[in-house]
Design a protein around this ligand. Structure first.
Ligand SMILES: Cc1cc2nc3c(=O)[nH]c(=O)nc-3n(C[C@H](O)[C@H](O)[C@H](O)COP(=O)(O)O)c2cc1C
Length: 443
């Protein structure tokens, strides 16, 4: 591909030159020296992590682990996973692991490696050692699926903030099963469940640090357990964990504080999706609640907080997501949209975070990844889907090379040929630099 003929190039040169403070008419101005000057490729400190650049691998569930013969219903990381993460490791870069269940009860998908059996810990140690040998930092994302888990996967009761099941869809233990079953009505967590789950997180975090991970990211986004507590349509509690924005934040704040005490706050991070709809999250008071949460998190001096952009949704296209946010956020609020168009921004949350470093994710591509970082809106960007199909996305952005389109049909395994679309890519086609991704699950 001859990228000198691409019209966006002139636009990008002008924009970048203004941002980098270089005269537009500079005789030696080229895209490559502008990119080289971009803040994306400068060092940054996130707590105990001293990164060399700011393009991060977003957490990506890929369901490619090996089934255990020792522990039923569990999966552990193996050689293929080592290869996958090593392909994406860069010197001084940051990889965030796939969401990793803290316990069997926290799990709901086949092929996902947890961090609660000796086999899983040994497997992860092999992955971490290999990633470290490439000079990269590696953070484990800890996961509890809550009502998104299923007794068919765990053999145990599902738990959530309240006894509110997912409706209108089916649970499929195997992705390509023709027959799904209804989602279960979860048990509203009692205080003993809350204490037990927090303990599971602490044990998982300690295990991750013991096997060599550089830090932990709590998955507080996308409608999983901590996010189920954050959403008023799922959390209908009237005790100290529900009923007001502050009380809905209590679980994740307790969890963060207790994990920080266990492993160190400078190795701890939290991921949040204040605009998320995924897994039927339609909470009220979003602006007020997530601003409060970010302000409280800022007091803990975390390594970073990871925020998902409003435009990203797992099911809706960017256009539909932005439209949905400004038209209604919950069926009971159909006539009163919670956001106006100019409120569809992470800015208030970033401001509430104060000095806490901030990673953002959601729809970043070669044309829109430069500006925000230069302005100081955020400190790093995480790339998800494009990292599936471009293990060398950091170099491609740096060199201005086109990115290969991703293949949605190979996002989630397990497959008999797990390596296809994971470590090996067939029939690569290249995307336009500003190509707007459609839904991640869509056809
Ligand atoms: C296949 C796939 C798996 C994902 N798995 C996770 C996950 O395990 N944890 C998480 O927080 N987000 C997960 N996400 C969301 C991504 O981390 C990221 O926020 C999203 O893809 C938007 O970034 P992108 O536009 O660069 O893809 C997943 C997304 C995809 C497409």
């Amino acid at each position: 591909m001859n990228n000198t003929s691409i019209p966006w190039r002139e636009y990008a040169i002008r924009e970048l030159s203004l941002l980098c403070g270089i005269a537009e008419t500079h005789p030696t101005l080229t895209m490559s020296n502008l990119r080289a000057k971009s803040k994306l490729f400068t060092p940054v400190i996130f707590g105990a992590l001293e990164l060399e650049h700011r393009v991060v691998l977003a957490p990506l569930t890929r369901c490619r682990a090996t089934k255990s013969e020792k522990y039923p219903r569990t999966w552990f990381p193996d050689d293929l996973n080592i290869e996958y993460y090593c392909q994406r490791a860069t010197n001084g870069g940051l990889l965030i692991s796939e969401a990793t269940p803290v316990s069997l009860q926290a799990s709901g998908m086949p092929g996902v490696p947890g961090i609660f059996t000796d086999e899983q810990k040994t497997g992860w140690k092999r992955v971490v050692d290999a990633v470290h040998s490439k000079g990269s930092f590696f953070v484990m994302q800890l996961w509890h699926q809550g009502r998104q888990a299923h007794s068919k996967a765990t053999g145990m009761r599902t738990l959530s903030a309240s006894a509110v099941p997912i409706t209108g869809s089916k649970y499929f233990l195997r992705r390509r099963d023709p027959d799904g079953v209804d989602w279960e009505v979860p048990r509203a967590m009692m205080q003993t469940d809350i204490e037990m789950v927090k303990q599971e997180y602490i044990e998982a975090a300690k295990a991750a640090i013991e096997v060599g991970f550089d830090g932990i990211e709590i998955h507080g986004a996308n409608g999983y357990l901590p996010d189920q507590f954050l959403h008023s349509n799922v959390n209908q509690r009237t005790d100290g964990y529900g009923g007001t924005p502050e009380k809905r934040c209590r679980l994740i704040l307790e969890l963060t504080t207790e994990l920080g005490n266990a492993i160190g706050f400078d190795r701890l991070a939290v991921r949040l999706s204040p605009f998320g709809f995924f897994n039927q999250t339609r909470g009220r008071d979003r602006l007020q609640q997530w601003v409060y949460l970010c302000r409280e998190l800022s007091r803990l001096h975390l390594a970073y907080v990871h925020l998902i952009e409003p435009r990203f949704d797992e099911v809706l296209s960017e256009q539909d997501k932005l439209h949905a946010l400004t038209s209604r956020t919950s069926p009971s609020h159909a006539e009163t949209p919670e956001f106006t168009g100019d409120q569809l921004t992470l800015r208030p949350f970033r401001e509430a975070l104060g000095q806490t470093p901030c990673i953002v994710a959601g729809g970043y591509n070669p044309s829109n990844c430069w500006e925000g970082i230069e302005r100081g809106d955020h400190d790093a960007i995480a790339i998800g889907r494009y990292f599936t199909s471009n293990s060398d996305v950091v170099e491609r952005l740096r060199l201005g090379q086109p990115l290969a389109r991703y293949d949605r049909s190979r996002f989630y395994g397990p497959f008999p040929d797990n390596e296809i679309g994971y470590t090996i890519h067939l029939n690569r086609q290249f995307a336009a630099p500003d190509e707007v991704p459609q839904t991640s699950h869509g056809a």
